[in-house]
Ligand binder design. Sequence first.
Ligand SMILES: Cc1cc2nc3c(=O)[nH]c(=O)nc-3n(C[C@H](O)[C@H](O)[C@H](O)COP(=O)(O)OP(=O)(O)OC[C@H]3O[C@@H](n4cnc5c(N)ncnc54)[C@H](O)[C@@H]3O)c2cc1C
Length: 380
Amino acid sequence: MDFFTDDHKLLRDTVREFAINEVAPIASEIDENERFPVETVKKMNDLGLMGIPFSPEYGGAGMDYVSYAIAVHELAKVCVSTSITLAAHISLGVGPIYYFGSEEQKKKYLPPLTSGGKLASFGLTEPNAGSDAAATRTTAVKDGDDYIINGSKSFITNAGFAETFVILASTGQKNGKNELTNFIVEKDTPGLIIGPPEKKMGWRGSDTRALTFENMRVKSDNILGSKGEGFKQFMKILDSGRISIAALSLGLAEGVYETSLKYANERKAFGKKIFEFQGISFKLADMATRIEAAKLLVYNAAKMRDEGKNIIKASAMAKLFASELAMWASGEAIQIHGGYGYLKDFPVERFYRDAKVCEIGEGTSEIQRMIIAREMLKEL
Ligand SMILES: Cc1cc2nc3c(=O)[nH]c(=O)nc-3n(C[C@H](O)[C@H](O)[C@H](O)COP(=O)(O)OP(=O)(O)OC[C@H]3O[C@@H](n4cnc5c(N)ncnc54)[C@H](O)[C@@H]3O)c2cc1C
């Protein structure tokens, strides 16, 4: 199956060149120093990546979801932190406003985010509501024309550098259930407290922080779509977002595979290249095979999304398979590199740490299996 048109191939080559020349040289430095590379965000914006799947009417590049997956995939081959910065911005930060915002909201908030170099964040997870995000405890209480928001969010990507946030809050109870509503929140809103950067195992060049809302006042006009639509909206956002985490995981797996193949073909033991030992070449054969399988899952899901098909199962399968592949392949890559794989001298050590969270963010592997199983039953 060939998912790529000539335009896709051109984009792939452009992002690949950018990744190799601009992103790879600082990848280990931003990881080491836990530094968020604002200069790379600017460069990605200049390249048109920050609004890649959105309409030019709102400042976007007007490309499709396959193109978006290509960009995330290519960046992750050299730097997973940079890739997640883009993926969280597009899927989680900008996506909700683009797909569910009113015309007025789109005109106001999208252009700075899609082509003005500003970043966006999505605050869904809370200290006591992660996989079960519908258990959101942040409250938004109506006060005249405004809402007063109180509560907190955990693990919010891009939070320290974001201009615009989309925040999920409970607007009360409806039919005995937590009624959920998304709000657009600007970074300077009084009562929005952005925490310090989290210290992480991986994705250390990506910004992750907690948010606290203390009597944060937002206008009713900042409701995304309509009151009570928050649950439906975030489920849709995550279905699409999973394709980008799958593309990121695929890029990571390909990155460690390429490095390991090269190393195995150079490193010698017992007078031979280690590639000549079946124990090593079989690992690489398995990696290459599973990478091909992941590519089919990822780009099939992206293409289905472009065709307007139901992607719930396809995106969960792509995310589950590719993220578990990333974890497995990066472990095998360290094994192939032997003791050197354990040192920071080779990028596989960083990729290994970057891989784990792929099985956690935007729905853990357990949650992906639950989604797939639920969809399987519907097909009976
Ligand atoms: C680096 C990083 C960046 C992130 N970025 C964002 C972001 O930008 N915005 C955002 O809103 N969130 C973000 N998250 C949060 C992420 O989506 C959550 O961590 C994730 O959804 C899991 O939630 P939790 O951590 O509360 O784990 P929990 O939900 O507490 O899960 C703990 C364990 O229990 C398992 N479990 C839970 N329920 C079930 C079940 N029904 N069946 C079987 N097993 C179950 C889980 O799979 C997991 O293994 C980020 C997280 C990290 C680490």
